[in-house]
Design a protein around this ligand. Structure first.
Ligand SMILES: [Fe+2]
Length: 310
């Protein structure tokens, strides 16, 4: 076994990122799992990705962690980065595009202390931040789906972080510069907190998709990547992940985001790679597969100083 490197300014304090995960959120995966919280019922579907999440869950079951910290493209704040600031949320989350697949009754706890600590650290670093304190807030489906597929027991609190529209309002490069800082602030706050955290970047890779759904959504004879060029881009990014080229991925992400119409435009993957200290150790790709033509991968990195999976 080798160890993930300590680099990029570990601050001590006893806390640590035990793993970082690219944890995409197609509602189809929850639909196909048939958990009791989701109203629609499915026969099957998207098994390769769902089995990848199974492997992730087995891997995380061997690790000790206190909290899931998730960055979601579907909690999109107009200005600045927002953090959930209420202890407890309960409600019904309906996917606006696929209400036939995802009507999920959620019931979750928030680690408000850690949420506020990351908020404060980001503010010190000059980022525009805000705590979200509306108790009737509807938690976004990206956050819920990534957390559910990673840890369906829902017995650990979460920290949820919003994404911004910087890639659209300004450019991918501006978005990335801000998300790199947010990742650094996240890591510093976790290390000072004394807590063990699993980080989730809740996004697909390439995101061109079909616009017509088959009559039976889980009919896998209709499922494949939307086009070959986006597949090539996805394979390029995954190859870099497997070879521990965190810096190179960040360098390529603005072009990847634009050319593959990737869901990395919300900044989740940039935030994750930054929090992990631009990893130089190989990631474990648990699965890759398409959902309505989009490219999705379940990928796990050991946290800084953590054991790398064999
Ligand atoms: Fe999405």
């Amino acid at each position: 076994m080798v160890q993930g490197p300590q680099k990029n300014g570990s601050v001590g304090g006893g806390g640590q990122i035990v793993a970082g995960v690219l944890a995409p959120h197609p509602p189809h995966l929850v639909y196909a799992e048939n958990p009791p919280q989701n109203e629609p019922r499915a026969e099957c579907g998207w098994e390769v990705l769902r089995w990848g999440y199974e492997r992730l869950r087995k891997s995380l079951a061997r690790k000790d962690f206190d909290v899931l910290v998730v960055h979601s493209p579907h909690w999109r704040t107009m200005t600045g980065t927002h953090f959930l600031g209420v202890d407890y949320f309960k409600g019904l989350s309906v996917d606006p595009v696929f209400p036939n697949l995802f009507r999920f009754h959620y019931d979750l706890k928030v680690d408000v202390d850690l949420s506020r600590a990351i908020h404060d650290e980001a503010q010190v670093m000059g980022l525009d931040t805000q705590m979200m304190t509306n108790p009737d807030f509807r938690v976004d489906y990206g956050t819920i789906i990534s957390c559910h597929l990673t840890h369906p027991e829902w017995n650990k609190p979460i920290v949820a972080i919003s994404s911004q529209g910087l890639a659209r309002y300004f450019s991918n490069d501006v978005m990335q510069a801000v998300m790199v800082k947010l990742g650094q602030a996240t890591r510093k706050a976790i290390e000072q907190s004394g807590k063990k955290a699993v980080l989730l970047a809740s996004n697909s890779l390439s995101h061109r998709h079909f616009v017509v759904e088959p009559e039976l959504p889980e009919d896998m004879s209709y499922e494949h990547i939307q086009n070959h060029s986006q597949y090539l881009w996805d394979m390029k990014i995954l190859d870099l992940m497997k070879r521990g080229k965190g810096r190179e991925i960040l360098d390529l992400l603005p072009d990847f985001t634009e050319q593959a119409v990737a869901e990395t435009d919300g900044g989740s993957l940039t935030w994750l790679l930054s929090a992990l200290g631009e990893p130089t150790h190989p990631a474990e790709v648990h699965a890759y597969g398409s959902v309505i033509g989009t490219g999705n991968a379940v990928v796990e990195w050991a946290g800084p100083g953590q054991e790398v999976l064999s």
